[in-house]
Design a protein around this ligand. Structure first.
Ligand code: GDP
Length: 300
């Protein structure tokens, strides 16, 4: 995974310098914290997240647990590791299923964020686990979106509920509601609703997504965010949180050379867990997100 490459190298370098020291003076700790701060900012991590993170690391690194440690530098690395896990959301959070099927999963995010691709990956993974997912094509803004989802569904071996071809100007709220009813009739135990995205956050899109949410009462609303989005991650995530109150996050394009800022900011600023990492254009490039593994990858 290319993401975090530079951040990872910078932190490794910082800790290598730290390891040359025995007992750590407050000046050593401050120097280290300053380097961590710069590395995070250069990786596009949002400023409030960086501030909170470095303040915690500093406070702990100046405290007793480091003072008393046999290997103080190692203890600081451990603290950074723990605090990274915390900003990535702490415990792993799995997808939640409805007690009474179908489980309804709604996807939201900007155009090009990777929603349609993720819909295919998720339906494939769920089908492999014995579920019978139905994809609902509720992106009726882009003329080609329904076709694209049809292609994805076919490749993933998933069923699809879509408006008739040529009838693409339908009402996405009605399509979503009808799709969920259709799933109940046909005994699909999972429904994945692909909604419209625009290039920027826009009020009309949010209202439409909020109406789909209201009409289908989803068990999960997953916000798909492109890891390459950098500093825009926080504002975009907050806008979607206000608009559709998502329950979880999918980080897409983590295979690219994103600097990692989105990944390291979004869970922390929204308080919503990252549930999946999408790591390529192939249908099988999907991983459950583990905060501890991601932290290890960064500190490797
Ligand atoms: P949507 O507009 O949100 O539905 O976005 P799409 O699913 O159509 O994805 C936009 C582009 O990003 C497509 O070219 C996808 O192949 C690509 N894409 C989606 N997910 C990933 C990913 O995890 N890694 C990479 N490298 N490309 C991705």
């Amino acid at each position: 995974m290319a993401t975090f490459g530079t951040l990872s190298d910078r932190l490794t370098e910082t800790f290598r310098n730290l390891r040359t020291k025995g007992k750590l003076t407050p000046a050593d700790v401050d120097g280290t914290v300053r380097e961590i701060r710069r590395a995070l900012l250069d990786a596009d991590v949002a400023l409030p997240v960086v501030k909170e993170f470095t303040a915690k690391v500093r406070e702990r690194a100046l405290g007793d647990e480091v003072n008393r440690a046999l290997n103080p530098a190692q203890q600081v690395v451990q603290i950074v590791n723990e605090e990274l896990i915390a900003i990535l959301g702490g415990e792993q959070r799995r997808l939640q299923f409805a007690k009474n099927p179908p489980t309804v999963i709604m996807l939201a995010g900007l155009q090009g964020s990777g929603k349609t691709t993720f819909a295919g990956k998720l339906s494939r993974q769920l089908a492999k686990d014995g579920h019978t997912p139905l994809l609902i094509a509720a992106d009726l803004q882009r003329p080609n979106a329904v076709n694209q989802l049809q292609v994805v569904a076919e490749r993933a071996g998933a069923a699809i509920y879509a408006p008739e071809p040529g009838n693409g100007v339908g009402d996405p709220v009605k399509v979503s509601r009808d799709g969920v009813e259709y799933a109940k009739q046909k005994q699909h135990d999972i429904v994945i609703i692909d909604t419209a995205g625009r290039l920027g956050v826009d009020a009309e899109l949010m209202k439409q997504a909020a109406n789909i949410r209201k009409a289908t009462d989803p068990d999960e609303v997953l916000f798909v965010i492109d890891a390459m989005i950098g500093q825009d991650a926080v504002n975009t995530a907050k806008a979607f949180q206000d608009g559709v109150d998502f329950t979880g996050v999918v980080l897409s394009k983590l295979d690219g050379d994103a600097r990692g800022g989105a990944a390291l900011s979004v869970a922390s600023v929204t308080g919503r867990p990252i549930i999946y990492a999408s790591t390529g254009e192939g249908l099988d490039d999907l991983e459950a997100f583990h905060p501890d593994r991601m932290a290890s990858r960064i500190l490797d």
